[in-house]
Write a protein that binds this ligand. Structure first.
Ligand SMILES: [Zn+2]
Length: 152
């Protein structure tokens, strides 16, 4: 069927969106706020995934890029490294704590996400150093017990 213009009564093709004579909108595919009553008249694209960013994660989840850089990731990694070399849990536990605090601050947008990788290294490094040294201490004690129980 053809579409008749409500303004000038011009007969238009069935797929015409605008009148051929006076260019008035014929109501075909022209979105109006009343077509989205559930959205309160807003565009249905508000709240859709930000495809303009190519699917990159939301910065609100990643952290605040404008937050000031923190020294804690570096401190955490240094503590974990020192723990690996000599001190074990004495610095490994603080390394994990500092790394965890920094990761928490990044998650809450209080710290720059630039240090996230380093904070994770410090966090897991501190835990790993603590566990490794703990195992070594247990082995040392066991060997000491076996040595003292040896019959010679
Ligand atoms: Zn018309």
């Amino acid at each position: 069927m053809t579409r008749t213009c409500p303004k000038c009564n011009q007969t238009n093709p069935p797929d015409a969106a605008f009148c051929l004579n006076c260019a008035a909108a014929l109501g075909l595919g022209a979105p109006t706020p009343t077509q989205n009553p559930q959205a309160g008249g807003q565009s249905p694209y508000i709240g859709a995934p930000p495809q303009a960013f190519g699917g990159t994660p939301n910065f609100a989840v990643q952290g605040n890029p404008q937050a000031p850089p923190s020294q804690r990731p570096l401190i955490s990694v240094i503590l974990a490294g020192v723990g690996l070399i000599c001190c074990g849990p004495l610095t490994g536990i603080p390394a994990a704590l500092v790394g965890w605090l920094e990761l928490d601050a990044i998650k809450n947008g209080k710290s720059s996400p630039d240090g996230k990788m380093m904070a994770q290294i410090g966090f897991w490094g501190g835990i790993g150093v603590t566990i490794i040294h703990g195992i070594l201490w247990v082995l040392y004690l066991l060997f000491g017990m076996f040595a003292s129980m040896a019959p010679y």
